[in-house]
Write a protein that binds this ligand. Sequence first.
Ligand code: PSU
Ligand code: MN
Length: 300
Amino acid sequence: MLLTEVTEEVQEALDANRPVVALESTIIAHGLPRPRNLAVAEELEELVRSGGAVPATVAVLDGQPHIGLGKEQLERIARDDGVRKFGHRDLAPALAAGASGATTVSATAFLAARAGIRVFATGGLGGVHREWTETQDESADLRLLAQTRIAVVCAGVKSILDVPATLQRLETLGVTIVGYGTDRFPGFYLTSSGEGVDWTVRTPEEVAEVIRAKEALGGPESALIVANPVTEADQLDPALHDRVLGEALDECRERGIRGQSVTPFLLDYLMRQTEGASLEANLAAVRGNVRLAARIAVAL
Ligand code: PSU
Ligand code: MN
């Protein structure tokens, strides 16, 4: 029994070795405000198409993983209150229970790679949270990327995290990182996190070369992180970012918010307290990543 539903368009593209870009759905269901989230979901798919690739938004609906969503399915993800947040470890019980949920980076990367998709675009990865020593909160994104063969185009990891600790963890896990047109690791809402990257690539063709080299090497499977910064013109004002993030982290601690709710809470807090400026920076990052992912998929 094949559990996963792959749309005809995506399957045909994969069979013919034409470019496909996977998109996650947690950012739609839990990372962006309604009703704008639906417009963004549609826009991201359109960006992939205009880049010459086929979009494959991933989600779980009524206990079935979907690779590629139709219009009504995308609407469900964007609008339904019952849509949960599924990391990789949630997939089995969700399937067994017939549940519906948006997939995080970990669940999306897993399902997409399993379907044969090589390129995936998102906003910012999850990672090691600040106060990790107390909470031990580290996104399952990291471990899953350490075991999954896929190229993930992202604006680094979310700046709400402990970025140096996350980079250290990615090094330990053996996840390759290349900076796209930069030797700085991007800071999600910010052009730079202040940390460096060891490798810089400048064109989609160069990224495709790295992917091919990685595939030719074989060995244990792992992801390639293509770290693509927002432009300085589109970034959130760094001083505003640091001030509001400090407040957001205090509020999160005071309210005792934990587990899967932490990331959506912090993103939402920043959006409200920056009067939407963080949302614009987030969207600029995602759009840039989706465009680049399409170009990489085409170059492959
Ligand atoms: N990128 C965004 N917004 C998001 C996310 C990524 O611009 O909301 C989501 C991704 O799905 C990622 C998740 O996997 O946040 C991380 O959640 P957690 O820290 O609970 O693992
Ligand atoms: Mn977490």
